[in-house]
Design a protein around this ligand. Structure first.
Ligand SMILES: [Mn+2]
Length: 334
């Protein structure tokens, strides 16, 4: 495997690029998750405090489940922007590639300056003019925390709560192996700054709409159990999504339910998209089964333990092809 030899720009270089800018765009990947939204809010808040004008634009809407965060009201859907907004630079957060953001979002700006790429995905291809990619970081929120504090910018209470949401959701509530001592220190720092852990955690993990559970019930009804329970998959059809009135973000974290089974080594979530493509999310519990490589077979990518791909439909055929590829590797570790 070819190791990336990319250069990473320092926080000082990034701050130096931001300092002369008056107006900035902050963008992130489509179908934004907690890390994408939380990192964006925290950075936007910090930059507004030093007098910048900040525009938050995304290809898709903020998921309902994250709307409790102060700052989410500042996001604009790309399709609502009729005239491109002139900006002095664009910061892209948590997006592994230029294409992860979406064409509509890029088209929402007339950018007169650099693109700053801040991310933690191993598959990041350093598409920015400045790039800070820290693959050891479990969340972009952790990098943004370090950028804000290293630059002497302020962390508002909205920024504090947003960063906790970012880091908590991307680490599976501080459980994933990438959760390091630095992650816990940042969390402690956020608590020192007045963060209400119980309140935010309840908002994040105990405030789901009923339809999400109805969807889970449907998914588990047809759970696909293979390789003696070592591989488990669920398949979300458009029909199932429609029947519960699924909204963006509803499926976030559902894969963890099947990953949590004791026998499971690989968990896979297949989702039929409206364009006929099949969105695949996969999780592995052991580096011995690298789901990043499985996804790469189908043009996707990610980490050893968490990766995704978009496959050609129909759903059952895509699932069969993907799970066959997983089975080959599962049988290889016996
Ligand atoms: Mn992330």
């Amino acid at each position: 495997m070819a190791e990336a030899t990319h250069h990473t720009d320092s926080f000082a270089q990034i701050a130096n690029a931001i300092t002369p800018a008056n107006t900035l765009g902050i963008i992130t990947h489509r179908r934004p998750d907690g890390d994408a939204i939380g990192s964006s809010i925290a950075l936007a808040e910090a930059l507004k405090e030093i007098g910048k004008t900040v525009h938050l634009v995304n290809e898709d809407e903020v998921p309902d489940t994250l709307r409790f965060l102060t700052g989410t009201e500042s996001f604009h859907a790309a399709r609502e922007i009729e005239t491109p907004i002139p900006v002095d630079l664009i910061v892209v957060l948590d997006a592994a590639g230029h294409d992860r953001v979406g064409d509509g979002t890029w088209a929402a700006f007339r950018n007169h300056g650099p693109v700053i790429n801040i991310d933690h995905h191993v598959s990041n291809n350093h598409y920015g003019d400045l790039n800070h990619v820290d693959t050891a970081s479990p969340a972009t929120g952790q990098i943004v925390f370090d950028l804000i504090t290293a630059s002497g910018w302020s962390l508002t209470s909205a920024g504090r709560d947003a960063l906790f949401a970012a880091i908590s959701t991307d680490t599976g509530s501080f459980r994933f192996p990438s959760t390091g001592a630095a992650t816990y220190r940042i969390a402690a720092d956020l608590v020192d700054r007045g963060l209400d852990v119980g309140h935010i955690s309840q908002q994040l993990y105990e405030s789901y709409p009923m339809r999400r559970l109805l969807l889970l019930r449907d998914l588990l009804q047809d759970m696909d159990i293979r390789e003696g329970g070592r591989v488990v998959a669920v398949k979300l059809t458009l029909e199932m999504a429609e029947s519960v009135g699924m909204r963006p973000g509803d499926t976030e974290g559902l894969i963890d339910v099947i990953r949590s089974i004791d026998s499971v080594i690989v968990a896979v979530f297949f989702e039929e998209m409206s364009d006929g493509k099949i969105r695949v999310s996969s999780r592995s519990k052991t580096p011995g089964i690298d789901v990043g490589r499985v996804c790469a077979v189908f043009g996707g990518g990610g980490h050893q333990l968490a990766a995704g791909a978009r496959m050609k439909g129909p759903l059952e055929e895509a699932a069969e092809r993907f799970l066959t590829e997983v089975a080959k590797r599962i049988n290889g570790i016996n």
